[in-house]
Every structure is written in C-alpha cells, then in structure tokens.
Design a protein around this ligand. Structure first.
Ligand SMILES: CC(C)(COP(=O)(O)OP(=O)(O)OC[C@H]1O[C@@H](n2cnc3c(N)ncnc32)[C@H](O)[C@@H]1OP(=O)(O)O)[C@@H](O)C(=O)NCCC(=O)NCCS
Length: 154
C-alpha cells in the first residue's frame, strides 16, 4: 500500500487548509510540537519556505526552512510514521536544499537531537557535517543539540 502510494509522491506548496494534517504529523513526531499558529506564521513569513510531500491528496510529510541573506536554516522536518523509510524525508531535504541554493544560500545550518540518529544520517547523506553541540538545547526530555552545517556551491 505504501509502495503503491509513493509512486505518486509529489513535493508541493502548503495552503492554510493543509495545516491540520501537518500538525497531526508534527504531534506524532515531536515531544514539543509546533502549534498550528506557528506553522501559519511560517507560511506567511516571506523568508520561510514550506513544502509538503503528498501521496495523492494526503500529506505525508513536510519541511520548513528559512533564509537570511546567504544562510539557510532547517526549522522543521517530519514524515508521517506510516510512510517513513521510503525516501520521503530525503525528497523533502533534497527539495529544500535545492530551493535554498537557488536563492543564493552558501551555508545551511540545522540542529538535531543528539539521540536522533535517523535524522542525522539523513542530513549526512546530503553532505551536512556535525560542527558542534548546543548543551541542553532541547527540553522534554532535556538533551543536547547537534549543530550541522552544509556548504553549498563549492
Ligand atoms: C528523520 C525523518 C524525517 C526521516 O524520514 P524518512 O522518510 O523515513 O527518511 P528516508 O526514507 O528518506 O531516509 C533517508 C536516509 O535517512 C537515514 N534514515 C532514515 N531513517 C532512519 C532510521 N530510522 N535509522 C537510521 N537511518 C535512517 C538513512 O540513511 C536513509 O537512507 P537509506 O534508507 O538508504 O538507509 C523521519 O524519521 C521523521 O519524521 N522523524 C521524526 C521527526 C524528526 O526527527 N525530524 C527531524 C528533526 S531534526
């Protein structure tokens, strides 16, 4: 079923009416999830880029990145638990990095929980490097954040 659905996966924009589906995935993915208002604010923020992965009409993942001058930052990324390990996260990261590169970013930064090896490996596949630790960056549970950086354009 998942394989069948993913044949039709598309990366698209997100409209306000999509946000309840995004928030549902967010709540299934994080202990301190963003609220619908937080997502709405990012949708309206001209410096932010939000994209959804869709299987037919269904939203199965999303990414949110922001850009300031020539630096990009990953703010949020999640894939619905039923659709993980099928390349959806990689497609979202690939799309977001390409958009940031198109907009002239030279460096892209992100933080990831020290225990989140799945995400760290995904980012490493795209060339992100671990560049440091932010002590006690996360809450619920308290945990260090691993800072990662990607250099774009040589
Ligand atoms: C991290 C996350 C977005 C990955 O999405 P996904 O669609 O399952 O990822 P993909 O199928 O595209 O995997 C791409 C690569 O990431 C790595 N990866 C993904 N999940 C992994 C896991 N559970 N264990 C180890 N490596 C993993 C692998 O290198 C994988 O490549 P491979 O399948 O060839 O081995 C997803 O697990 C998720 O939503 N997690 C909860 C939210 C989260 O942690 N977001 C990131 C916050 S920084």
């Amino acid at each position: 079923m998942v394989e069948e659905d993913l044949k039709e996966m598309l990366i698209t924009g997100i409209a306000p009416e999509d946000l309840p589906s995004v928030v549902e995935i967010e709540r299934a993915s994080f202990t301190t999830p963003w609220s619908e208002i937080s997502f709405f604010n990012e949708l309206k923020n001209p410096r932010s880029i939000m994209r959804a992965a869709r299987s037919g009409e269904r939203i199965i993942g999303y990414v949110c990145v922001s850009r300031i001058l020539d630096e990009g930052h990953f703010l949020d990324l999640a894939v619905h638990p039923e659709f993980r390990r099928h390349g959806v996260g990689a497609a979202l990261v690939s799309h977001a990095v390409a958009r940031l590169a198109d907009e002239g970013c030279k460096l892209v930064y992100l933080e990831v929980r020290a225990s989140n090896e799945a995400a760290a490996r995904l980012y490493e596949k795209f060339g992100f490097e671990r560049i440091g630790l932010r002590k006690n960056y996360y809450t619920s549970p308290g945990e260090d954040g691993v800072m990662m950086r990607l250099r774009l354009g040589g």
